[in-house]
Write a protein that binds this ligand. Structure first.
Ligand SMILES: NC(=O)c1ccc[n+]([C@@H]2O[C@H](COP(=O)([O-])OP(=O)(O)OC[C@H]3O[C@@H](n4cnc5c(N)ncnc54)[C@H](O)[C@@H]3O)[C@@H](O)[C@H]2O)c1
Length: 368
């Protein structure tokens, strides 16, 4: 993106809406799938440094949450950081999404915050795109039935992204929360697919591809039995993202090719927690660089262990900012106290005074 040394570009919900209105949701998802596949295929650790995410565990007696930061550096250019909260009680207690995130982009040469944007829509898009990329490598190309275990927010983009690559004839959805299950068909109606509520046993028996995207509690998994699966089933396990929180039975993992998005992270918080190191397959970058090596697995059981990879956040942030810039969207704001005397942090006090109403608002905010 074009940089402004003193302004930060704020990209809000309405800017994202304008991008989708201009491009179309399918075109945006297609472009993201393509961009992510390219970023993985050409990944070079000497130019891109991805760090394992870190965070605070937020204790809750029933369901713990986390607030985490996910950094990635394009050496010499930018650092993208996503700040992401996982608060599984949000939908029921606050009418807010489980995943709330903001993505920020910094200039590595100066430390200046170039852009700040929503990460809720962006995370859902890139998580769907990541599963699509992995599914294209690992699932049978003749897959027509998709099963969803967990029919919440991520399920929408899992389905959307995979439907862009596979000619789905039927979608079977299961959720332990009847309200989420009931509303899923209307949330997915924009795709015009045959989406049906199903029992867990039906999802397992009939699906060629399964996406598990649940808020199952720590130690409460697995969320599927793994007994009656199709021999060629490909599973995108999207919901394990905490130590002790897993969605798949160990026996299933042990007989499958398991591909983590980011090994270092997946061994701590993904399905790979359950596996001995020698049983873990190639990571997503290796898979994308050498798809031929793993082609035979399309006819056997495979798992994409998706914990959430900061590279995905870098790609989606860059893509959305590119469109915002092209369409003249976003609001440049002077957020940081820069642009005056570089040696005087009090230089801002010598500009024109703030209007009285603004001063009052600031005082109220400070004393609140
Ligand atoms: N891998 C990634 O990159 C990535 C990105 C975003 C979110 N996630 C994870 O995906 C999961 C889902 O996120 P979301 O935003 O869709 O949350 P959500 O709250 O919108 O939906 C989760 C759904 O799972 C259901 N559920 C819980 N336990 C279940 C079980 N045992 N069986 C079936 N359904 C069950 C809930 O009722 C809920 O409807 C979370 O764990 C989240 O942390 C992963």
């Amino acid at each position: 993106m074009k940089t402004d040394a003193t302004r930060t570009l704020l990209v809000t919900q309405s800017d994202l809406r304008a991008i989708v209105d201009a491009m179309g949701l399918d075109a945006l998802m297609d472009e993201l799938i393509h961009a992510l596949a390219e970023a993985l295929r050409t990944y070079d650790a000497s130019t891109t440094e991805v760090r394992k995410r870190e965070g605070f565990l937020l204790d809750h007696p029933v369901q713990p949450g986390v607030l985490e930061w996910m950094p990635v550096m394009h050496r010499g250019h930018t650092v993208t950081v996503k700040m992401v909260g996982y608060s599984p009680l949000n939908p029921d207690q606050q009418a807010l999404p489980t995943i709330i995130a903001t993505n920020s982009l910094y200039d590595v040469r100066t430390g200046h915050l170039l852009a700040l944007m929503d990460g809720v829509f962006a995370t859902a898009l890139r998580t769907g795109a990541a599963s699509a990329v992995a599914t294209r490598c690992l699932a049978s190309p003749r897959s027509t039935v998709l099963g969803l275990v967990g029919a919440g927010a991520q399920a929408v983009t899992q389905l959307h992204a995979i439907s862009r690559l596979f000619p789905l004839k039927q979608v079977l959805a299961y959720d332990t929360n009847p309200a989420a299950l009931q509303s899923f068909a209307s949330r997915a109606a924009f795709l015009g697919l045959d989406v049906r509520p199903a029992t867990l046993a039906e999802v397992e028996a009939h699906s060629d591809i399964i996406c598990t995207a649940t808020t199952v509690g720590v130690g409460a998994g697995p969320v599927i039995s793994g007994h009656e699966l199709k021999p060629h089933v490909h599973i995108n396990a999207v919901g394990s993202d905490l130590p002790g929180k897993t969605e798949l039975p160990r026996a299933l993992l042990e007989r499958s090719l398991v591909c983590p998005d980011y090994l270092e992270q997946a061994r701590v918080e993904g399905e790979c927690q359950q596996l001995a190191p020698e049983l873990i397959g190639p990571d997503l970058v290796t898979l994308m660089k050498h798809p031929d090596r793993y082609e035979a697995w399309r006819h056997k059981s495979t798992v994409f262990d998706s914990t959430g990879y900061a590279l995905e956040d870098q790609v989606v942030t860059a893509l959305l900012l590119k469109h915002a810039e092209h369409l003249g969207l976003g609001t440049p704001v002077a957020l940081e106290t820069i642009g005056g005397d570089a040696l005087d942090p009090y230089a801002l006090l010598r500009g024109p005074p703030q209007a009285p109403a603004q001063r009052l608002e600031v005082r109220r905010a400070v004393s609140a």
